[in-house]
Structures are given as structure tokens and as C-alpha cells.
Write a protein that binds this ligand. Structure first.
Ligand code: HEC
Length: 139
């Protein structure tokens, strides 16, 4: 028993040496998506950490294995949709992303694991409807 615990502890410590890089690159305000205040408030509490270059990295994002999971969410989230570089998207891409926001607002976004750690990301039905109406996408 003691030995097993010791092995776990050693593995846990070893894992901490595999740190991920937390990159928040500088953003040009001209390229950011402009949203009405009520949408900005929702996005700030529920989306910006994974979909902008200005991620707030919590303390547990420095502790493996959480660091690995969070890092992959942020990397893939930014790749899929990045509000910090919205104005670099083509009209076609913007339209496609608006449709994706419309689609995911009632479903997969924000990620369930994020909601568990952020109470104010647990959006109400009304907030989700507000996002959908704002996209202007017709059903
Ligand atoms: C914890 C990180 C995280 C948060 C918070 C988060 N997302 Fe995501 N999002 C992702 C990841 C990772 C992907 C890409 C993989 C996937 O689709 O699951 C993604 C994909 C998307 C896509 C799909 C883009 C496409 O072209 O298919 C949309 C749209 C999106 N997110 C919108 C949102 C919105 C709106 C919010 C806030 C209400 C939000 N996300 C919050 C991590 C996050």
C-alpha cells in the first residue's frame, strides 16, 4: 500500500516536469470581433478563455494532468474560432463561424468541463437564446 502510494506520488511529481506553454499573444484591437455589450458580457464569462488570445490561466492549469487537458482545449478552441483575430477571417469564414455559434449555443458550448469550474459560464436558456438571435442566422 505504502509502496503504491509512493509510486503514484513519484509519477505525479514527474508529470509536473512536462509543462505546457501558456501563450497569450498580443492582439490588435482592430482585429477583434465587436459585439454588443450584452453579448460581450456572456462571451467574457463563457467563451473568451478558449476563443481569444487573452486566456485567464487558473492555478490548476499549471498542474498536470489538468494543464494538458486545458492546454489542448485552448489550442483547439482558438484554432476553431478566435474572436481576437475575427477581422482576419474572410466573409465566407465569418458566415460559417456565425452558423457554428448558432448551432453550438444550444449544445456543446461552452465545454461541460469548463462549466464545472466556472459557475458564471453555466449559461441560462435565455442567454443562449440571446446569442442565437444575435448571430442573425435563420433556422
Ligand atoms: C474550455 C474551452 C472552451 C470554452 C469555454 C468554449 N469553447 Fe468553443 N470550442 C472549444 C474547442 C476545444 C473547440 C473545438 C473542438 C470542438 O468542436 O469540440 C470549440 C469549438 C467551438 C465552435 C466550433 C467552430 C467550428 O467552426 O466548428 C464554436 C462555434 C464555439 N466553440 C463557440 C463557443 C462559444 C460561443 C462559447 C461560449 C458560449 C465557447 N465556444 C466556449 C473550446 C471551448
Amino acid at each position: 500500500m505504502k509502496r503504491t502510494l509512493l509510486i503514484f506520488l513519484l509519477v505525479f511529481i514527474a508529470m509536473q516536469f512536462l509543462q505546457t506553454e501558456k501563450v497569450n499573444s498580443e492582439t490588435n484591437p482592430e482585429l477583434e470581433m465587436k459585439t454588443p455589450p450584452e453579448i460581450t458580457t456572456i462571451f467574457k464569462s463563457a467563451c473568451y478563455d478558449c476563443h481569444t488570445n487573452s486566456t485567464t490561466w487558473p492555478w490548476y492549469s499549471y498542474v498536470a494532468p489538468f494543464s494538458w487537458i486545458i492546454d489542448s482545449h485552448v489550442t483547439n478552441g482558438r484554432k476553431a474560432l478566435n474572436f481576437s483575430i475575427w477581422e482576419t477571417y474572410s466573409e465566407e469564414k465569418k458566415e460559417e463561424k456565425m452558423k457554428a455559434i448558432f448551432r453550438t449555443a444550444y449544445a456543446s458550448m461552452p465545454l461541460a468541463s469548463y462549466i464545472k469550474a466556472h459557475d458564471d459560464a453555466n449559461l441560462t436558456r435565455e442567454q443562449r437564446t440571446l446569442i442565437r438571435e444575435w448571430t442573425g442566422v435563420k433556422k
